[in-house]
Design a protein around this ligand. Sequence first.
Ligand SMILES: Cc1cc2nc3c(=O)[nH]c(=O)nc-3n(C[C@H](O)[C@H](O)[C@H](O)COP(=O)(O)OP(=O)(O)OC[C@H]3O[C@@H](n4cnc5c(N)ncnc54)[C@H](O)[C@@H]3O)c2cc1C
Length: 392
Amino acid sequence: MYDIVIIGSGIVGSVTAIALAQNTALNIAILDINPITLKKNKILTHRFSALSHASKNILKNIHIWDEIPCEYISVFNNMEVWDKEGQGKLHFDSQSVQESALGYIVEDDVIRQKLWENLRHLNIDMIAPIQLIDMQKKMDYLELITSDARVIKTRLLIGADGANSWVRKTADILLSTRDYQHTAIIATVQTELPHEMTAWQCFSDLGILAFLPLKDLHTCSIVWSVKPMDANNLLLLEPDVFQEKLADAFMNRLGKVTLLSPRYDFKLTMRHAKQYVKDSIALIGDAAHTIHPLAGLGVNMGLLDAAALVEVIMTALQKNRRIDSFATLRRYERMRKGDTQMMLGFVEGIKELFASHHPSLRMLRNSGLNWVEKVAFLKKFFIRYAIWPKLR
Ligand SMILES: Cc1cc2nc3c(=O)[nH]c(=O)nc-3n(C[C@H](O)[C@H](O)[C@H](O)COP(=O)(O)OP(=O)(O)OC[C@H]3O[C@@H](n4cnc5c(N)ncnc54)[C@H](O)[C@@H]3O)c2cc1C
């Protein structure tokens, strides 16, 4: 019998497993439907995430951040946001808030590989690949049934199994969903002009286009969120035509753009679990919520879930309370659900405001951007909130 079983060895599930193993004597297992294999050579997957200072600190506290070679971490000090269809623009820089960086861009796979290396050295059972087919609630534990008829028992189950969470579905936890009507195209590109360690984001009638600066001063990861039909058309274009469209959509701010990778696409859906906790189960990361990538929040929010859940479990242990009781788990839900709801609403508002072709909304968003740009304390507030989101 395990004290805790974590389903999903993505960034959020692995961080939770490591933090729990480092800080408690609990008997822990982590399960994944896919193999948890360490790669000998680095394979570029072209999936990058913008990480906040809070996320860096969570990774630092479990001794992962300092293990990531600095050639894989790119720092950005500036952020440029503008509306292609108007005059609105906003510039953020780290100096104005006395920080050395606004955030960090790291390839997801680099973080995951470091986490998996560390999982191996801790007292954690790694069971993968494994297919779960059923879950049954017993008096004071849960039984997980696998496709090869194994039965795994646990007191607490943590669902970190991503957007289409098996745990969430099997526990009958309801979900609010909304189709963002956007597909994100991601790719790695070379730019004619240096990116100046700046994260660039351009809003236009076509959609939202971000250029995230990578270590090489002429290389960026792009996230281009457009309507699904436009995405299909863009994906079908020959690379040289796509490159021209991309540079044009970006108003040639970084000159000529050349693809360095294939183009990948992700359909974007907002999901929010109606409950984060139920019957000795807690959901974290994408299993609990998914958000439009326009503000680069997904992993950052998931890591805050992980930190909050570990905190309530450690407090329960210190106070000799059950780690799987509803009262314990509900504390975690209270710490995270309201904040997440607020971020989902904020991102939805931004997305809708910039999707609108209505002249008055267009005027509103342009004057809004310029207003924030001019009011120093408001600007500082936005920067601080973006780079230092906190647990409440
Ligand atoms: C285009 C795009 C750009 C993004 N950019 C950013 C960004 O800049 N910054 C940011 O913070 N976030 C970003 N995100 C969001 C971020 O990628 C996700 O929020 C994050 O990867 C979620 O991590 P996770 O560990 O919760 O889930 P996942 O990474 O999805 O991991 C889930 C794990 O569960 C396993 N699993 C799934 N089903 C089962 C099952 N039935 N049984 C067992 N195991 C299972 C999977 O194999 C996987 O290992 C972006 C997302 C997209 C689509």
